[in-house]
Every structure is written in structure tokens, then in C-alpha cells.
Design a binder for this molecule. Sequence first.
Ligand code: HEM
Length: 451
Amino acid sequence: MVVLKSHLYPLKEQSILVPVLQSISRPYNALTTIHQQYGDLVLGKVFNKKILFVSIPEHVEEVYSQEARGLLSRDFLYDAKKSLFGDGLINSKKDIWEDQRRIMQPLFTKEAITEWENIVISEADAAINRIKGEADGEINISRVLKQLIQKTFIKILLGISVDNISNKEELINSISTISKGLLPLMIAEIISNGKLMWFMPNKKRQYDEAVNQLKAFVEQEIANKYDQPGHDLISLLVQARDNKTGYTIPKDLIRDEAVNLFFAGQDTTVNTLAWFFYLIGKNATLHKKITEEVNKYKDDKITLENLGKLTYTKAALYETLRLYPSSSALATQAIADVVIGGQNISRGTTIILSTYVTHRHDKLWEHPNEFYPEHFANQTLAGKHKYAFYPYGGGLHNCIGRHFVEMEMLIIIVSCLRAFTFETNKEIKEAASITLKPERDVMVSITLRNA
Ligand code: HEM
């Protein structure tokens, strides 16, 4: 295991106003600059706010364990996120969160998610048939993925077909607008208690409109789940009951959780898959190696069990999540004086976990900035600390959708690679957005296999 050196002397407060302001337009460069300039653990000051940036796995683990002990809390962002997430899992405070997480967890176990396997398979097949007509040409894979994930997710969440929704295009766009608007909102909250947003009235207005549109859609769709529950996720939430306490989910929380899942479950998945096809499209040798493995099992029915055989393909997916973790920084706050990395951190300090920087740390990874699936040989971290790679977060608030989304992404990857090869020679950078997405749509040339 690589153990990186922690600071043995008190950290000096650094003025980081410039990189923090830059982070509104180039968040990943800003995080990298802060750590490159000042080290693995950085105590910064912006206006009157102290911010601790954490990048090495041992310190990440300390943060998660202090959070579990109630010494750190995410509540300082509650008001900023309230209009979108309400009291859903992503935003709720301790008591509501505990009840909700306990009642929702059983719906996301490895066993429970197999219910949704067939929906993903049939939507992936339909998407492949739609693009077959465009094979041997260039396609906008980002757009294909947005539509596919939207169709799949709405079927699972609400049990309806997206084709029956009149404003489906606007809904896709609203998620993008929210994702772009949430980043400045969070940064403004962290460094200026929200005041910085006064200088971006248009961004705020577009964000509010998109949030209202998403909430109106969700509210309308869940209204009839009470009269006619089906097998969709929202109906399961409506009917869920905690056997120990008898707790059931109040109606306004059903709406909040639906919005939370709608946002958390789509953008992250589309981004990861878009980066995956971009990365293999640029690297013919690795593409071939992954396709050879997929081919080896080409006659197997796609099931969760059979997907487990595709160790190299899964390693390539993890490698994509390493290079482009959808949540590339996570924020919490010290609500008591704490010690992290041997440093006394005072109450009120914001703590940023710099996932993007950990995932590309040159002391942790053989080829930090390259697409190198061998990093995950045998799908393990091969002796590395468990927080050298944490695209799904960690501690109490780890991603509830992890098992589902890994199944979903692998089904889509396998289905696509059985049908096509992908190629691109374009360079794409990261966009400024709360989730780490390509700055523009990914265009790839596709060739039909076995044509
Ligand atoms: C590639 C896809 C995904 C990635 C990379 C991802 C990543 C994450 C991360 C990093 C967190 C922790 C956030 C924090 O600590 O504040 C999180 C939480 C969460 N994720 Fe995901 N996620 C993905 C897909 C999904 C899907 C498909 C769903 C729903 C079906 C989902 C639902 C949630 C929810 C509800 C939370 C909040 C959990 C809590 O606070 O208790 N995610 N996710």
C-alpha cells in the first residue's frame, strides 16, 4: 500500500481566491492547481472562509469517519440545494436522511436491481437498432446516450414510456441546465454565503426555470401512483414500510426523492458512458482488447451473473470513472474542531474532497493521466487504499445507485460493442458543470461489426 507523507508541521493558510474564482469556469484545473501549488492537504482562505482541500486516501478516510461521528456535516449547503433537492437523500438533514436511507436501501441491493435488468437490455437494443441506420458514419453518441438513459430511467422510475411525454427534449435540456447552474451556486455558497450569485442573474434565472420544469413534471407523474401503484420505483417507494418502526414515506418526500433520483441517476450515467466511448474511440488497441473479451462471451445471454465474467471490460469502465469521476469534488463542513492529517481544523472550515486530484495522483497511479485499464487488473485496487478510487463517494452518503448503475452501464457497453466499433480523433476537455461532463457532445464514427 502506498502511504503518502502527511504534514508534520502546522499548515500555513494560503490565499486561494484566484483559483477558486477560476473554478467557476474551469473547476478541474483549479483543483489541480491548488494541490500542485500547495500540497496534498491545503488550508486555503477566501474572503473570511477557511477551506481545507483533501487529496490523499488516508485523509479522505479520516473525513468520512469524522462525518460518521457527527463532527462534520453537509447541512451548510442545505438552503442552496433546497429548491432542487428538497429533503431528498442528497440534501436531507440527519433524522429525515436516516429514515429515508433505511427505507430506500433495500430497493437498491444487488438482488433487487435485477428487476430492472430486462428494461435496460430492451432499451439498449432499441437504441442500437435506431442507430444501425447511421452506421459507417459519424454519430452524436452523447445525444444517443442521453435519450437512452432518459428512456431507461423514466421506465424504471415511473413505469411510463418517454414517447408519451410531450416535452421530453426540454426535460433532457433542463437536467443539463441544472447541472451547469448548480456549480456556481455551490461555489458561491461556499465562498460568499451565496452573494456571488447576485453577479450571475441570468444563470440563476435559467437554473430556477429548469428546476421548476423538472419538479412540475415529476409532481404530475407521481400523482396517480397513489391510486394505481405499479412495479416502478416510485410505486415501490409509495408502498414501502419500515418493518421495525412502521415508518412510511410522506407524500412530499416521495416527490423530493423522485427529483433526487431523476437528477442523480441520469447525468452521471450519461457522462460516464460518453467518456467511455470517447476513450475507447481514441485508443484502437484497448478498444480491440475490450471487444475481444466481449466477443468471447457473445453467445451468452446478458445477465448480471454473465456480466461478471467481463473483467477487462469492467476494468475499462472503472478506469473511465477514475479519469472522469462524475462527482469530482465533494463538500462537507467541520461543525466541531477536528483533526485531519494531524492538523487542527477549526469549526466552520469547509472541507473539499478533491476526488479528481486523488484519482490522478502520480504517487497512486502508474499512468495517472492515461487510459490504462490495467490499473484495475482483476477489478481490484491491487494493494491500494480503498479511497485511492472513490467515484461513488464513501462513508454514510455513498451512492445508493451504485449496483444498479454498474449493471446498466455494462449492459449498454456490451450491447454496443457486440454491434459496433467506435472511433474518434477529436480532443475533448471537461466542461464547467457540477458533474464532470465533456465540454461538447462526443461525436464518433461507428462501423457495424460482422456487416
Ligand atoms: C456513474 C454513475 C454514478 C456516479 C459516478 C455516482 C456518484 C455518486 C457519489 C459520488 C455520491 C456521493 C455524493 C456525496 O457524498 O455527497 C452519490 C450519491 C448518491 N447517488 Fe449516485 N452516482 C451515480 C449513479 C447514480 C444512480 C443511477 C442513482 C439512482 C438510481 C444514484 C443515486 C444517488 C443518491 C440518491 C445519492 C445520495 C445518497 C445519500 O446521500 O444517501 N446515483 N452518487
